[in-house]
Design a binder for this molecule. Structure first.
Ligand code: IPE
Ligand code: IPE
Ligand code: MG
Ligand code: MG
Length: 297
């Protein structure tokens, strides 16, 4: 049977929405905070980080079901990062995931708090997973540490800081690569790393999966920046042209679209190389790598 990436992405993404809906069913739907969290979480993101996490589990022959809380936690952190990224003090964007950004739909204070609550919930979810999986509690502690490190001041948040501080300044390609690796690569690599751990990967398999994550992570952000130049806002569900307006340091602004595109292809090639030691279970990861280079949303 042939592999259909679109149905795979849809089905895997639905699993993450289902976990959120389960969470919602136990919360006060009248709360403005819950409404704002839910608004952004269920707005229709691609769910690429949790999907990568589950695919890594599968690739090493692990149990996806056990990994669901980890995959969910990754998407919670990612959604919080987008809500805060869009705030007036950050990128000041009004459209996200095809709908008004959280602070436009509600208000700034609510968006800040919804982000805070999504981030906190991620760690509650991981703690619960550790407590209900007694014998592997230590594994869940390790996963918690990776997520905290890669999301926080040694990962995504530091990348966001550099992104903001470098607006209007010209970075070197190396500085920009580091910025991208932190703001976007860190959480994507963590998705693969966490999947490897839950799936019971060997140290060598973990190394390969993390390298794959670093390569597609950078390719993902370069593609995001290319789409900000030449993408279709209707498909993207967010504004285009905003990076140039804010004098952001991006690959296309520094090197042009064509060089950026060839770098993406190179990175995908390197990512695929990291998967060569795996059997056919790596097919979803292989297909996702190509999708990242060709995506239009
Ligand atoms: C957008 O991430 C922000 C970046 C780190 C490039 P996604 O493109 O994964 O956004 P959603 O989750 O699909 O909305
Ligand atoms: C977002 O980067 C990275 C995050 C950590 C949220 P961008 O600011 O370039 O992403 P978009 O284009 O707003 O999605
Ligand atoms: Mg930003
Ligand atoms: Mg932004």
């Amino acid at each position: 049977m042939s592999f259909n990436l679109q149905s795979y992405l849809q089905a895997q993404g639905n699993k993450i929405s289902a976990v959120f809906n389960e969470f919602l069913s136990e919360r006060d739907g009248a709360s403005q905070l819950i409404q704002a969290m839910s608004y952004s979480f269920l707005a229709g993101g691609k769910r690429i980080r949790p999907i990568l996490c589950l695919a890594a589990v599968d690739t090493v022959g692990g149990d996806e079901e056990i990994a669901l809380p980890a995959a969910f936690a990754l998407e919670l952190v990612h959604t919080y990062s987008l809500i805060h990224d869009d705030l007036p003090a950050m990128d000041d964007d009004e459209l996200r995931r095809g709908v008004q950004t959280c602070h436009v739909r509600f208000n700034e204070a609510t968006a800040i708090l919804a982000g805070d609550a999504l981030l906190t919930l991620a760690f509650e979810v991981l703690a619960n997973a550790g407590m209900t999986n007694g014998p592997s509690a230590i594994k869940w502690l390790g996963i918690t540490k990776i997520l905290a490190e890669r999301a926080g001041c040694t990962g995504m948040v530091e990348g966001q800081m550099r992104d903001i501080l470098s607006e209007g300044k010209l970075l070197s390609v190396d500085e920009m690569k580091k910025l991208h690796a932190l703001k976007t690569g860190a959480l994507i690599e963590a998705s693969l790393h966490i999947g490897a751990i839950v799936g019971g990967a060997s140290p060598e398999q973990t190394r390969h999966l993390r390298r794959y994550g670093r390569k597609i992570g950078l390719a993902f952000q370069i593609t995001d920046d290319i789409l900000n130049v030449n993408g279709d806002p209707k498909l993207l569900g967010k504004a285009v042209g905003s990076d140039a307006e804010k004098l952001k340091n991006t690959y296309p602004s520094l090197l042009g679209v064509d060089v950026s595109l060839s770098l993406v292809r190179e990175l995908i090639g390197e990512a695929l190389h990291s998967l060569e030691t795996f059997n056919k279970k790596a097919l979803p990861l292989i297909e996702i790598a190509s999708y990242i280079a060709q995506r239009n949303r």
